[in-house]
Each structure stands twice: as C-alpha cells, then as structure tokens.
Design a binder for this molecule. Structure first.
Ligand code: SF4
Ligand code: SF4
Ligand code: SF4
Length: 405
C-alpha cells in the first residue's frame, strides 16, 4: 500500500497514478474534503478560458470531457482509500515498512449513510461566516465535495437536533468520537502543498491593521463569493519573496496570480482601475500571453516597490517611488492586494521530524526527482518547492514512477 499525505492536486494526481498501476493507495487529508488549496483559488491558469479551480481536481481518465463532470470519479477508485478530516499521528519504520497511526476526527455525519441531499442544511437554524463559502450553516459541505457528504462544524453547532429530525438516512451522529486507524505502507508520497505567507511583520503595508489590505488568496475567496467591489486597486508584487528578511526565493507563480486576478476583475468591471507594482514581472513561456493581455486591457504596471500605506477617510494612500520615471508618487486606492510569498505547509516540519526528512532553510523538503533522503519516501507538488499546476501534476506522475521502480 502507498500512503499519500495530502489531498490537494498533487495528492489526488499521485493517487490516480499509483492506483492506475494496480497498487493499493490511501490518501490522508486533514481537512473535511479533498482539493486542498484548489478549493480556495476560484480560477486556475494556464488554461484559457480559466478553469474552475473546483474542477481542476478532477480525475484525468476521461479526456475531452469537462473535468467537473467526472471529478468525483476519484471517489470510486476501488484500490484507493480516502481518509479526510484525518491527521497522521505517528509513523514508525519496522521491517522495511511504515507503520502509520491516523486519527480521523468526527464529522458528526456518517459517511456511509449521507446522500448529500441538503435537507439538513435547510433545517439548521445556525448561520456562520466562512472565509471560503461566505455565509453557511453549522452543517455544511463544499461545492462538488469529495467525499460527497455533509459535515457539522461543532464549534458553531448548538446540538438542537433539527438536522437529525429531517435526515432520512439517519446519518447524523452528534456523539461521534475520533477514530484511530492503523495502516501499513510500503512507500509514502508527501503532498502537503503550500500556505500563503501572512505579512503581519511588514508594518509598512498595514496587513492585519487596514481591512482593505488583503492577500491574493483572500482576493480569490472574495471573487469566488462575488463580493469584491472597488473602483481602484493596487497589487504589490514580491511581498515577503525575494526579500532576505523573509524568503529570499522567488515564489514563481505570484506574478501570474496577480495578472489572473487583474484580468478577471477588468473583464467583469471594465471601468475598474488596476495597478500592479512590481520589481520584475516573471511570466515565462506561454504566460507571456497573459502579461500582454493584461496590458491590452489597460492594467497599469508600475516599476516600483511601495514603501508606505496610510488609511485616510476609508481610502488607502500608497507612497511609492516610480523607478522608471524617477519620482516619488502617491496613489489613492480602495484596495491593496499583496502578492505574498508561498511557503511550505506547517505540517511538513512535523512529518520531517517523524520521518527524518531533510529540509532546506525555508522548510521545503529536499529532494531529487521526487526522492527524499529517506528511502521509500517521495514528494510531489509544493512540499519541495513552489510550482504551478502543470509542474505539480508532472511531479506527481514522476514520483509515482519512482515509487513503482
Ligand atoms: S446528513 Fe442526512 S439530510 Fe444531511 S445531506 Fe446527508 S443524508 Fe441529507
Ligand atoms: S444540531 Fe447543529 S448542525 Fe444540526 S441543526 Fe442543530 S445547529 Fe445545525
Ligand atoms: S513570481 Fe513575481 S511576484 Fe512572485 S516572487 Fe517572483 S517576481 Fe515576485
């Protein structure tokens, strides 16, 4: 059995590859649903028109058909077990095999009984704000969820039992307890993905102080919920990246993140003014087309690194040196969107300690051709370095080849 840790694009792709060779596999994902960051990114490059990020996690075994249609086919792979809402608690190597202990946290809805009918959602009286879904009930699921079942957010739930009254399959179990699961794996693929750096320490930008200073991932969530309104927006590139105080590397895909969002906004609201303040624009290969398209749409690129942001009467005043025109300027905008560094998921450190993995100075897993320093432990996707989606998929395929060698 091959254990895949992380159920985002890299993990799902690895699972599809591994099982296509007839091997048994298991995905362990800590959130209640598969998809990872794909659930939050709203739209994806490089496809044109942009792919829906929910669909991109689809199974690839049905070429020529829109992915969303067959997305859930990963759920029906017979030699794949999916453990969502689950965390790795322990990994030990014994007799050349990995003994793994997983804790599956309660979802309070039985996966073997829920038919995703939504009756419970309509009956639930508790509404909460969710940064992915907007307003949702205490019992909820994602769009096109994998697995296709509901989950109760016990921090919001008042245990009124109304969901239980309407559920026709008796799926609600408000007393469900955590479950301990033990597995034995011959190899492990780590596909824990990335997190977005939150620049609270960069006081010059006021992130966390000014509510309209947000990150690209936060903008993606607002675009998904269709609640972003602005007349003038400034995006600032290389926030935390290429900065020796934080992360000296280039995060590689944030130029495209910014351009993608700028184009989406401009196409939806043609009168919106969008500025992108950059040090260098990095749009290699086909991505150059996006850069050109952004310029043609009237998005303005300022060669500058803004030094200060001040909130004044609900507007954000941004002070910057325009290095091409060699003058200090001020721009007044409704929103500042920070293109922040992409960093390894916090779980990598814990896994590295359990397995003895070597990490680089920023916490990415050191690897060569998907192989780590630990025999039979492989890596796919952004756990080892920043990549775009096509590279992530390629690496998942490559790591599988290493596994079966
Ligand atoms: S828990 Fe019951 S009511 Fe809610 S979606 Fe599942 S089957 Fe339907
Ligand atoms: S028990 Fe919880 S989830 Fe169910 S209806 Fe009541 S508040 Fe909603
Ligand atoms: S991809 Fe662009 S924004 Fe991101 S770190 Fe590199 S140069 Fe800066």
């Amino acid at each position: 059995m091959i254990l895949i840790i992380g159920g985002g694009i890299a993990g799902m792709q690895s699972a599809i590859e591994v099982t296509s060779y007839g091997l048994e596999a298991a995905i362990v994902e800590k959130s209640p649903y598969l998809g990872g960051n794909a659930n939050f990114l709203h739209k994806y490059f490089p496809s044109m028109p942009l792919d829906c990020s929910v669909c991109i996690t689809s199974c690839i075994d049905m070429p020529g058909i829109r992915k969303c249609f067959y997305r859930s086919s990963i759920f029906s792979l017979e030699n794949l077990k999916i453990y969502t809402n689950s965390e790795i608690k322990e990994i030990k190597k014994e007799n050349g095999k990995f003994k793994v202990v997983i804790e599956k946290l309660p979802r309070y809805v039985r996966e073997d009984r829920c038919v995703n009918c939504e009756l419970c959602k309509d009956a639930c009286p508790v509404e909460v704000e969710d940064n992915l879904l907007g307003k949702r009930k205490a019992i909820y699921s994602y769009p096109q969820p994998i697995p296709p079942v509901y989950t109760i957010d016990m921090q919001a739930c008042n245990k009124c039992g109304k969901c239980k009254e309407v559920c026709r399959t008796d799926a609600i179990d408000l007393e469900q307890k955590p479950e301990k699961i033990e597995l034995e794996a011959e190899a492990i693929i780590i596909a824990t993905g990335f997190e977005e750096f939150k620049p609270h320490d960069m006081v010059e930008y006021g992130y966390g102080t000014y509510k309209n200073v947000i990150t690209q991932l936060e903008l993606a969530k607002m675009l998904k919920q269709d609640n972003f309104k602005a007349e003038k927006v400034l995006m600032i590139q290389c926030v935390g990246s290429r900065d020796k105080r934080f992360f000296a590397y280039c995060s590689k895909i944030c130029c495209m993140f910014a351009i993608k969002h700028a184009i989406m906004l401009k196409e939806k609201y043609p009168d919106i003014e969008i500025y992108i303040a950059y040090m260098d624009i990095r749009t290699p290969g086909f991505y150059e087309y996006w850069y050109r398209k952004a310029r043609e749409l009237g998005i303005k690129f300022l060669r500058s690194r803004p030094g200060d942001i001040v909130e004044n009467n609900g507007k954000l005043e941004v002070y910057f040196e325009n290095t091409l025109e060699k003058k200090v300027d001020k721009l007044e905008v409704d929103y500042v969107v920070l293109s922040t560094a992409l960093i390894p998921n916090e779980n990598v450190k814990r896994l590295a300690e359990m397995l003895g993995l070597e990490l680089d100075e920023y916490g990415f897993i050191l690897s060569e051709d998907g192989r780590t320093n630990v025999p039979n432990v492989f890596v796919a996707g952004l756990a080892s370095s920043v990549k775009d989606v096509p590279e992530t998929v390629l690496e998942a395929v490559a790591s599988t080849v290493e596994v079966i060698k």
